[in-house]
Design a protein around this ligand. Structure first.
Ligand SMILES: C[S@@+](CC[C@H](N)C(=O)[O-])C[C@H]1O[C@@H](n2cnc3c(N)ncnc32)[C@H](O)[C@@H]1O
Length: 242
């Protein structure tokens, strides 16, 4: 992957995608797979997976996101099947045939019933199918609030799993793992994503050539170290249908 990204926000999101992509890639090798990206949005990741030769279906409630996905897929010469819908209707869209891989990135934060959502993710997978789950982590948000001087907000957020603001619900690593295990997933790996990328000003990535690549190398090195996990803005769980 190239690290010649043009904006600080692209460079930050590159750090997120690099860690998740490296964890998922071994499960996207070989013959074409049926991949579902629930809440796939504008399709940045779905198109990338489709270009590997897999059959990708994106389901998202936002017509604007689906229109952007359509444009992106056409521009990149990829074929992605797009459906307007949400996680609660996942099984209706995919049907009994099921999928080999399900991506659910940044969506669990917005559902009302996490247990029911996890059950749907389980049921749509074929036996031994793989779930790639990305959620916002609460502990990192507490640190961010405190560092901005919002100490009362940070304290209130500490043990409160209820949805708040644009991001919605945030999880601890324990909560996300329990949600997966309770829905009969075996968790293969938990990665911390954006441990440092969201703490440092984007301008630091412009200071010297190779700064983004060096940041990603650092993110990779700490992504599975327990002592850094709670600082990660997001958690990536790789799980298999038990
Ligand atoms: C933060 S974006 C993530 C987009 C993409 N998965 C990614 O990682 O870049 C959240 C997406 O979830 C979609 N979404 C929100 N609620 C949803 C639900 N209940 N079921 C499925 N998708 C939902 C939104 O329309 C949006 O495209």
């Amino acid at each position: 992957m190239s690290t010649s990204m043009s904006t600080p926000s692209e460079r930050r999101s590159f750090a997120r995608d690099a860690i998740m992509w490296e964890a998922l890639q071994p499960h996207l090798q070989g013959d074409p797979l049926d991949v579902v990206d629930i809440g796939g949005g504008t399709g940045g990741f779905a198109v990338r997976v489709a270009k590997l030769g897999h059959r990708v279906t994106v389901i998202d409630p936002s017509p604007d996101a689906l229109a952007a996905l359509d444009r992106r897929a056409r521009e990149e010469g990829a074929e992605v099947s797009a459906h307007q819908g949400d996680l609660s209707g996942l099984l209706d869209v995919i049907g009994a045939e099921g999928a080999d891989v399900v991506l659910c990135h940044g969506v669990l934060e917005h559902v009302e019933d996490v247990a029911a959502a996890m059950r749907s993710l389980h049921d749509v997978l074929r036996p031994a199918g793989v779930l790639s789950l990305m959620v916002a982590q609460r502990t990192a948000a507490v640190v961010a609030r405190a560092m901005a001087g919002h100490f009362t907000q940070a304290l209130a957020m500490l043990d409160d799993p209820t949805p708040a603001g644009r991001v919605g619900r945030r999880f601890t690593a324990g909560e996300a793992t329990v949600a997966a295990v309770s829905a009969d997933f075996e968790v293969l790996a938990v990665h911390g994503v954006r441990v440092f990328a969201d703490l440092v000003p984007g301008s630091l990535l412009d200071l010297e050539a190779g700064a983004t690549a060096a940041l990603i190398e650092l993110e990779r090195a700490v992504s599975q170290r327990a002592e850094f996990l709670t600082l990660a803005s997001q958690l990536h769980l790789l799980a298999v249908r038990a």
